[in-house]
Design a binder for this molecule. Structure first.
Ligand code: UN1
Length: 501
C-alpha cells in the first residue's frame, strides 16, 4: 500500500513532525496492511493546543447539539458493521464474530452516550431551607487524553470518547500501535460527521506519544485501558498532581468458580468461552478455573477434551474459534509463561503451544499461532503462573474442597479484581459469591466476558482506579458542582447556623 496514513490534528490530516513510520500487520498472515506516520511529543503538543482552543466553543453547545455528531457516527457504525468487523479481524486477529461484535459494541456505546444527552444530567437535591434550591450539576473538565488498547480497537475508543464528547470535553487520542488502521477509520468517522476542528484529535504512535499526553498540563483528564504496568505508571504520574485525574482500567487474573452444584454443560461452556475467546486476550479472560472436588474429574475430562480440539486458525472463517495472538513479542511472553508453569511443577493437561503443521491453514504459515495450554495446580501454592496475568489461552485448574467460602477465598487470592463467574444451581452459593468476590464484574452461570455498555465496566484492587468505560465514565469526564440558589429576600443558613450580623 503506497499511502502512509497521517495524524488528525485540528481538523487536518498531517504527517506530523517525526520522520519515522510504522506498519500495521495482519497477525494471521504476517501481511503488511498499511503504513502510518509515527507521532512524536511535538505532535501531541499541537493536538493538545488544538483541543484546548476548541474547548471554549464546544462546551457552550447544548449536550443535544454535541450528540448530533455522534448520531452520525452511530449510523455509520451500524451501516458498516460487516465491513469494519472484517477490518478488525484482519488487523487484530479476533475471529470474525468478535470482529463484528467489536463494532456493534462501539455502536452501543455511541448510542448510549448520544441518547443520554436527552436524559437529565445531575440531580435535584432537597434543602433544609424551603426557599433554597439545591442541585448537583455536571461540568466538563477540558481536554481528555485517551489511550486505548488493540484488543477492542473500535469499541474501547468509543467507551472513552463518546461520553467525554457529549459532556463537553475535547479529545486527544493515542490509539494502540498494533491497530492503527482501525484508528484511522474511527478518525475518518469523526471527520465525516463534521465534528468541529480541534474537538477530536488523533496522534498515531507508541508509548512516547502516550506519555506526552499524560505529562501535558493542559490535559486534566487521562483515560487509559490496557496493561496493569502502564496503567499504574499513568496513575502514579497523575496521582501527585492536584486537579489532574486518571481513570485506568487494567488487567486481571480472572477466574470461573465451578461449585459442587454446577450444571456441567454450563460449566464447560462458560469456562471455554471465558478462557479461549479472543485467544485469551481480553482483560476479562479467565486464566483460573476453581473447581469443586466432587465435580473435578468430570469437569476436567470434558474441559480437556474441548481444549484439545478447539479450532485455532484463520479468523475470517466462521467456524474458527480462536485466531492468532496479536504479535510475535506477545507470543514470546505467552510461551514463557507456559514454560514457567512447567518449571513451577504444575501438571500439564493440554499443551498446544506449538500447533501441528497440519493445523495451520494454508497461506497462514507466518501467523502468530498458539493453542490452549491447560494445567492443574495447587490453589494454595505461591506460583507466579497462577497469580500473574498472561493474556493468552493459558489456564489453570484449581481443585478445592469445602464450601463456597473456600472457593471465594481462592478467587480473591490475587492482586487483581476485574471479572469472574460462578457456575452453580444453588442460590445461596451464588449470593455469597456475588457479595464476597472482590470484582468489578461478576457473572452467574455465564462466561466472565461479554459485558454490555449500559453496565459499569471496571475493576477493583490492581485492576483499576476508575471506570474509563461504559456508563460510569461520566464520573471521570465531568466535575460535579453543588449549586445552591436562594429564592427569598433574606439569608437563612442550614444546620441552624445563625445568620445574624
Ligand atoms: C477487554 O477485555 O479489554 O466484557 C474489554 C467484554 C467486552 C469488553 C472487554 N465487552 O468482554
Amino acid at each position: 500500500m503506497a499511502e502512509t496514513y497521517q495524524h488528525y490534528i485540528d481538523g487536518e490530516w498531517t504527517d506530523g513532525h517525526g520522520s519515522e513510520t510504522f506498519d500495521s500487520e495482519n497477525p494471521a498472515t504476517g501481511e503488511q496492511l498499511a503504513a502510518f506516520h509515527r507521532g512524536t511529543p511535538a505532535d501531541v503538543d499541537e493536538a493538545v493546543a488544538a483541543a484546548d482552543a476548541a474547548y471554549e466553543e464546544w462546551r457552550e453547545l447544548s449536550r443535544i447539539d454535541r450528540a448530533e455528531y455522534l448520531w452520525d457516527v452511530y449510523r455509520e457504525l451500524r451501516a458498516r458493521t460487516d465491513e469494519l468487523g472484517e477490518i478488525v479481524t484482519k488487523e487484530c486477529g479476533k475471529e470474525i464474530s468478535e470482529g463484528r461484535a467489536d463494532v456493534v459494541e462501539a455502536a452501543h456505546m455511541v448510542e448510549w452516550a448520544a441518547g443520554d444527552a436527552r436524559h437529565p444530567s445531575g440531580d435535584i437535591v432537597p434543602s433544609e431551607i424551603a426557599a433554597k434550591d439545591a442541585y448537583m450539576r455536571r461540568k466538563p473538565r477540558g481536554v481528555t487524553g485517551c489511550i486505548t488498547p488493540w484488543n477492542f480497537p473500535i469499541a474501547i475508543p468509543y467507551w472513552h470518547m463518546a461520553v467525554a464528547l457529549v459532556e463537553g470535553n475535547t479529545v486527544v487520542w493515542k490509539p494502540a500501535e498494533q491497530t492503527p488502521w482501525c484508528a484511522q477509520i474511527v478518525a475518518e468517522m469523526f471527520e465525516d460527521a463534521g465534528i468541529p476542528e480541534g474537538v477530536f484529535n488523533m496522534v498515531q504512535g507508541y508509548g512516547d506519544a502516550g506519555a506526552a499526553i499524560v505529562d501535558d498540563d493542559r490535559v486534566p483528564t487521562v483515560l487509559f485501558t490496557g496493561s496493569a504496568e502502564v496503567g499504574h505508571e499513568i496513575a502514579d504520574a497523575v496521582g501527585g498532581e492536584s486537579g489532574k485525574r486518571a481513570a485506568c482500567e487494567m488487567g486481571g487474573k480472572n477466574a470461573v468458580v465451578i461449585t459442587d452444584q454446577a450444571d456441567m454443560d454450563i460449566a464447560v461452556h462458560s469456562a471455554v468461552m471465558s478462557a479461549f475467546k479472543t485467544t485469551g486476550q481480553r482483560c476479562v479472560s479467565a486464566e483460573r478455573l476453581i473447581v469443586h472436588t466432587d465435580v473435578y474429574e468430570e469437569f476436567k475430562e470434558r474441559f480437556v477434551e474441548v481444549a484439545s480440539k478447539v479450532a485455532v486458525g484463520d479468523p475470517l472463517q466462521e467456524d474458527t474459534f480462536m485466531g492468532p495472538l496479536i504479535e510475535p513479542e506477545h507470543r514470546e511472553k505467552v510461551t514463557e509463561y507456559n514454560d514457567l508453569a512447567r518449571e513451577e511443577g504444575v501438571n500439564v493437561l493440554v499443551d498446544r503451544t506449538e500447533l501441528d503443521a497440519d493445523e495451520i491453514p494454508e497461506g497462514h504459515e507466518d501467523g502468530v499461532w498458539v493453542g490452549p495450554f491447560v494445567y492443574e495446580a495447587d490453589p494454595d501454592a505461591d506460583l507466579r503462573c497462577t497469580h500473574e496475568e498472561v493474556f493468552g489461552p493459558h489456564v489453570a485448574l484449581l481443585e478445592y474442597d469445602g464450601d463456597i467460602e473456600r472457593a471465594v477465598e481462592i478467587q480473591n487470592d490475587t492482586d487483581y479484581g476485574l471479572a469472574g463467574a460462578i457456575v452453580s444451581e444453588d442460590y445461596r452459593q451464588i449470593n455469597y459469591y456475588r457479595d464476597h468476590a472482590e470484582l468489578g464484574l461478576a457473572y452467574g452461570n455465564l462466561p466472565c466476558i461479554g459485558a454490555e455498555v449500559q453496565l459499569p465496566f471496571g475493576g477493583v484492587k490492581k485492576s483499576g482506579n476508575g471506570y474509563p468505560s461504559a456508563r460510569e465514565i461520566i464520573e471521570a469526564v465531568t466535575d460535579r458542582t453543588a449549586w445552591t440558589l436562594n429564592n427569598s429576600k433574606e439569608i437563612r443558613m442550614a444546620q441552624g447556623l445563625s445568620a445574624d450580623i
